[in-house]
Ligand binder design. Structure first.
Ligand code: SF4
Length: 461
């Protein structure tokens, strides 16, 4: 283990961290008590890694949805500062997640003062690359909506927070719980009867969440998904990020991202972005670079820029037939008449290399690019080798591409095939025409990209 690290806190850290701090505060040395603290990994006197028994989930043995109480978010925390050999120098005050800023968010003017908060923990899925099962287990536990909203409002009143980042990894996995928290936010009023959440008032609370594609299998489901997305917007949601990961059905099944019919899953993804965009949410899509080796890059890029008639979204079966033709017919030619929308109504594209994070199935089973060794074997070799995988760019697997070519793709080709396409420009213009309050948001994003990439974009704004 690294000399700069005393121990790792595993899983839910609130109680574990509290016990560690209380022991230090009482004047004890870490080596004298750490072995008695549940839920930690540390190095013993011989430098060998030790893991203490897992800590019980905060929700308790009954695992009730309303029993998970977390300590409130704090605006500032004190952190230890150490020299290069691990000696403690002093403690400094640093901002917690409250106070971070979000690019590309509503409100478009004024300062975003953000906080992060959990509504629930855990995910019922088990994607090979995701750390959620290892960190939170497979049991999904939600906090009470009232407690979460109480905490957000307290941070709004006391610290001027006006933006919330729900750090749940799959915020919409339980639609009943999603509706409950949205309704709690909608019903939360100030003394004068005005809403704390939502609307175009930049002083109100707004939020961003990470989600999966909503499921729809009929026109009735489509309507229900539309209703819940509207409810989210009314509750203050302004941005939604959804994990697509890739287009290849084979790769998605292999990564355990998908167990459904690939066409139905694709329809879910396409519909979810369309319906979110339709109510005025900024949409963010997450892709994993390296999943597309079974599908040509050209095909992936053409899907991103592909346009279809907007009317097709009104009918589930028509959309499904259209998507089926994309997957099954290499000769598919996108329609060129009618009111067109991009197949994937994505405002913000995130592409990250597939990374074998420790404890994920990917981390356990896949070989690192160019090295016949797994992540765990690499760690077991000793701390010096850790530097090899500490940089995400260096831990590319599967795609077999060089770091340079991936950087080129991420920095240039995403721009060329996505942000610079006429389809993207048209969708920005269309969205701003429908939701003028988003103009500043897109301008902020444009400036960020132009500064980062040193090139100009013509989005017509
Ligand atoms: S990637 Fe998303 S859906 Fe898959 S296990 Fe992680 S949180 Fe769940």
């Amino acid at each position: 283990m690294n000399k700069l690290v005393d121990c790792f806190v595993l899983g839910e850290g609130e109680q574990t961290l509290l016990e560690i701090v209380q022991n230090i505060h009482a004047g004890k040395k870490i080596a004298d008590f750490i072995g008695d603290v549940a839920g930690v990994m540390y190095a013993d006197e011989l430098g060998q890694p030790k893991v203490t028994p897992a800590r019980e989930r905060l929700a308790g043995p009954q695992r009730s949805c309303s029993k998970m109480h977390l300590p409130p978010a704090y605006r500032k925390v004190r952190m230890p500062l150490r020299d290069g050999t691990g000696n403690f120098l002093k403690s400094i005050e640093v901002p917690s997640s409250i106070g971070c800023t979000q690019y590309f968010s509503f409100p478009s003017v004024g300062k975003i003062r953000e906080m992060q908060i959990n509504y629930g923990r855990g995910c019922y899925k088990n994607c090979k690359f995701c750390s959620s099962p290892a960190v939170w287990g497979k049991k999904v536990i939600f906090r009470s909506p009232k407690e979460v909203v109480d905490e957000i409002v307290a941070c709004y009143e006391n610290d001027g927070v006006n933006f919330v980042y729900f750090s749940d990894l799959y915020f919409n996995q339980n639609l009943k719980k999603l509706k409950e928290i949205c309704e709690e936010m909608i019903n939360r009023k100030r003394a004068d009867g005005s809403s704390y959440f939502g609307g175009e008032n930049e002083n109100n609370l707004h939020w961003f969440c990470l989600a999966g594609a909503f499921k729809a299998r009929s026109n009735k489901d489509l309507k229900e998904v539309e209703e819940i997305i509207k409810l989210m917007y009314e509750a203050g949601c302004v941005k939604i990020g959804m994990g697509i990961e890739g287009f290849s059905p084979e790769a998605m099944i292999d990564m355990k991202k998908m167990s459904d019919d690939p066409v139905e899953r694709a329809v879910d993804v396409i519909l979810s972005f369309h319906l979110a965009s339709k109510v005025g949410l900024i949409t963010r899509a997450f892709f994993i670079w390296g999943t597309e080796k079974r599908v040509s890059g050209e095909r992936a890029k053409s899907l991103l820029a592909m346009q279809v008639p907007a009317g097709i979204f009104l009918d589930y079966e028509s959309l499904k037939a259209c998507v089926a033709s994309i997957y099954c017919d290499e000769g598919f030619v996108p329609p060129t008449t009618g009111e067109l929308v991009r197949l994937f109504e994505i405002d913000h594209l995130r592409v990250a290399p597939e990374t074998p994070y420790y404890s994920t199935e990917t981390g356990r089973t896949r070989k690192l690019r160019g090295q016949e060794i797994t992540f765990k074997e690499l760690i077991d070799l000793g701390e010096d080798e850790l530097t090899i995988v500490s940089d995400q760019d260096s831990s590319l697997i599967e795609c077999g591409e060089s770091k340079e070519s991936v950087e080129h793709f991420l920095k240039r080709e995403v721009v060329e095939y996505f942000y610079s396409t006429p389809a993207y420009k048209q969708s920005v213009e269309k969205k701003i025409k429908k939701f003028p309050c988003l103009k500043e948001t897109f301008l902020t994003w444009k400036k960020f990209l132009e500064d980062a990439l040193q090139q100009n974009f013509d989005w017509g704004i």
